[in-house]
Design a binder for this molecule. Structure first.
Ligand SMILES: C[S@@+](CC[C@H](N)C(=O)[O-])C[C@H]1O[C@@H](n2cnc3c(N)ncnc32)[C@H](O)[C@@H]1O
Length: 296
């Protein structure tokens, strides 16, 4: 299933807003409203680029989504921020693309593993720098150094939601029935927004986006990836919550897109687990109401 990717900009205060796509000559052409980001599976995208121990994080973003957004909405040398950074996929990809990244993570365990990913990127010759902040992003402007306020070109983030949607699944063997879940908890702290009721998640996320609006540079963008999920059979519209949170935070809705997590063969998305073409072609485009699936 695709990730909905929702883009915001600050309210227009001047006659012109810089348009995206001003990146370097190496930047890919804009992909329209469906980002072809699943041609290489998540595990292969991360191999050798992220420390093996950090891969236990339950809700990682596909690195290709971050790369596409960074290439499209920022220039070399600019700053990118992720206020709910997990193992810092946004920051690591920004560093490899010659941008500077700063992320905030609530859980000490993931913040420590993120520092390892940043050291690895530096050791591999990434041109950009990366900074780890351990804290609660509902107070984002207080956590980001004042000299970066008004200089963040792009925020990329993904809220945690629905504990049952996270983690990795293991089966004992073919047709054995029971599926075991591992790595499905962010941490033990009930303060983590992942474990709050939907309304509290929406309120906390609105606070975080309000902070993002305060640190963005003029013409900057906020991009959020999210999926709906099912709880007791009912669809929980997380992309809808995200769109409302951005507007309530004073941002302007710029675009809603779908980022494919599976490969395409011609015009049809394939199945992610095999990365091959699917035999029964589903709809080639995605909507906000797609069904849920586990993040990788
Ligand atoms: C969906 S994950 C993001 C994963 C990240 N995009 C990556 O690829 O690693 C959301 C993260 O937000 C963190 N989080 C939850 N509440 C937070 C808060 N109030 N402030 C900062 N981080 C928070 C969770 O611990 C989790 O790691």
């Amino acid at each position: 299933m695709p990730e909905s990717t929702i883009l915001f900009t600050p309210p227009v205060t001047t006659a012109t807003v810089p348009s995206p796509g001003r990146g370097p000559a190496t930047a890919p052409a804009r992909q329209g409203s469906v980002f072809v980001t699943g041609q290489v599976c998540s595990r292969e995208q991360r191999r050798g680029r992220y420390t093996p121990e950090s891969l236990a994080h339950p809700g990682k973003m596909l690195p290709s989504i971050g790369r596409y957004l960074i290439n499209t909405y920022t220039e070399i040398g600019e700053w990118v921020c992720d206020p709910m950074a997990g193992i810092f996929t946004t920051v690591v990809e920004a560093m490899h693309l010659g941008r500077h990244g700063i992320g905030v993570e609530y859980e000490a365990r993931w913040a420590a593993l993120a520092a390892g990913n940043i050291r690895l990127a530096t050791a591999q010759g990434a041109a950009g720098t990366g900074e780890v902040v351990h804290g609660d992003s509902r107070h984002l402007p207080a956590l980001i150094p004042p000299e970066l306020h008004g200089r963040i070109a792009l925020v990329i983030t993904s809220p945690p939601y629905g504990p049952s949607t996270h983690g990795h699944v293991r089966t004992p063997g073919p047709r054995r029935g029971k599926v075991a879940k591992i790595n499905h908890r962010y941490g033990g702290d009930a303060g983590n927004l992942a474990y709050r009721h939907h309304d509290e998640l929406a309120e906390g996320f609105t606070q975080i986006l309000t902070g993002c609006a305060a640190i963005l540079r003029p013409g900057g963008h906020v991009a959020i990836t999210a999926r709906p999920y099912r709880r007791h059979g009912e669809l929980v519209d997380i992309p809808g919550m995200v769109a409302a949170a951005g507007i309530n935070a004073g941002l302007r809705l710029h675009e809603e897109c779908a980022a494919l997590a599976s490969a395409t063969n011609g015009s049809y998305p394939g199945h992610r687990s095999s990365n091959s073409a699917t035999s029964a072609p589903p709809s080639p485009t995605a909507t906000r109401n797609g069904s849920s699936s586990t993040k990788t």
